[in-house]
Write a protein that binds this ligand. Structure first.
Ligand SMILES: *Cc1c(COP(=O)(O)O)cnc(C)c1O
Length: 399
């Protein structure tokens, strides 16, 4: 694909192993779906794809919620959708911030005109229901916003108890499940979550571009009670839902091919089965963890509250962040993430999301990281990471 005069060559991206905080590795079937012929957004074929996609989203989110669909936009558009539809200017919102994405939700809420109260936890920690109870009693919020899987830190927030507290205090709970969906259980109905958003590019292993959202009956009732129109025309659920399940009235042109891709990605999730998928994520996390610890690296965050799909580890003293990540990428084609906020330059974020969560990737990554660390003068016992990880796999297959 050579360039002609002023015209650039066709895109011809390198093949990377995406083991960072997203986007994650994409299954070939999903890329194939993306390349299928585009039909019209009211074509009967596409309407059938949408219906099937909605049904599969409900299964993946473990919900019967009628208002369940894929917003046109990335995970952040899902965040905006939930906030702008639930919040009217002057409404009180409590936002729990223990990383970058909680901080983003507070920003979105302020822009939507909410009177925002923030409660904070240091990077890596999770919230205790008792402190949420106190904050809810003090501030009487309409909405409580919280992140299930904080991709900036690897923290896994338990939700069930917090959702109960919200319900008992007549607050709606809005949850960021961008990274958790498809990697750990997200039980929307059983836990009583009112508004949940996700993204396609993390554990669903689909390119970035759509944001699954779901709203409980309580949340829909709150939207119906609004006295003012939603500030965002594009993300107004009252109109978007008419296209997805009502009159099919034109609102905006659905990104047709992205919906094909998500349809295929969800099919793969359900074919594997949610319990098997969660077990796979957990197993590969345990193997990676054994390997990294054998190399002398320490996990960030709190034991018992770590995500399997996002492994945050501290960079050993004397090792240069950029040199190692650069070498992983250029020499081995592996992308991992750096630290954010207070962890910038101090931590690596290694993703094992969706299709990327495999024993082969874990072992390849450990071997590659070992070589990069040795290049930096780090002392380790050669092969120890791979051996420790393999031991985890052997032990589980012997069971
Ligand atoms: C990635 C991510 C987002 C934002 O999603 P984009 O697709 O980047 O817009 C929001 N919240 C969490 C927890 C994420 O990991």
């Amino acid at each position: 694909m050579t360039s002609v005069g002023e015209i650039p060559a066709s895109v011809c991206p390198p093949s990377r192993l995406l083991m960072g905080p997203g986007p994650s590795a994409i299954a070939p079937q999903v890329l194939t779906a993306l390349a299928a012929p585009t039909v019209g957004h009211l074509d009967p074929y596409f309407l059938k794809v949408m219906d099937e996609l909605q049904a599969m989203l409900r299964q993946t989110l473990c919900t019967q919620n009628r208002l369940t669909l894929a917003v046109s936009g990335t995970g952040s558009a899902g965040m905006e959708t939930v906030v702008v539809n639930l919040i009217e200017p002057g409404d009180r919102m409590l936002v729990c911030v223990n990383g970058v994405f909680g901080g983003r939700m507070a920003d979105v809420a302020r822009r939507a005109g909410a009177e925002v109260t923030v409660i904070e936890r240091p990077f890596g920690e999770v919230f205790d229901p008792a402190e949420i109870l106190t904050a809810v009693q003090q501030t009487r919020p309409k909405v409580v916003g919280i992140v299930h899987a904080e991709t900036s830190t690897g923290a896994h927030q338990p939700l069930e108890e917090i959702a109960r507290i919200c319900r008992e205090h007549d607050a709606l709970i809005a949850v960021d499940c961008v990274t958790s969906l498809g990697g750990v259980p997200v039980e929307v109905d059983q836990w009583g979550l009112d508004a949940v958003y996700s993204g396609t590019q993390k554990c669903l292993s689909c390119p970035p571009g759509l944001a699954p959202v779901t709203f409980s009956d309580r949340a829909v009732a709150a939207i119906d009670r609004r006295t003012r129109k939603v500030a965002s025309w594009y993300l107004d659920m009252a109109m978007v839902k008419e296209y997805w399940s009502g009159s099919r009235a034109y609102h905006h042109t659905a990104p047709i091919n992205m919906n094909y891709a998500l349809h295929e990605a969800l099919r793969l999730v359900l074919l594997e089965g949610l319990p098997a998928r969660f077990a796979r994520h957990q197993q590969n996390h345990l193997a990676l963890k054994a390997g990294l610890e054998a190399l002398g690296l320490k996990y960030a965050g709190v034991e018992g509250h770590r995500l399997p799909m996002l492994n945050a580890v501290f960079i050993p003293d004397g090792i240069e962040d950029a040199a190692v990540r650069g070498r992983l990428l250029t020499r081995f084609g592996i992308e991992i993430g750096g630290g954010l906020g207070p962890w910038k330059g101090k931590a690596w974020r290694i993703g094992l999301m969706g299709a990327a969560s495999t024993p082969g990737n874990v072992l390849l990554f450990l071997a590659s990281l070992e070589l990069c660390l040795r290049q930096e003068g780090y002392r380790l016992s050669p092969g120890s990471g791979v051996a420790a990880a393999e031991e985890v796999y052997q032990a589980s297959s012997a069971k």
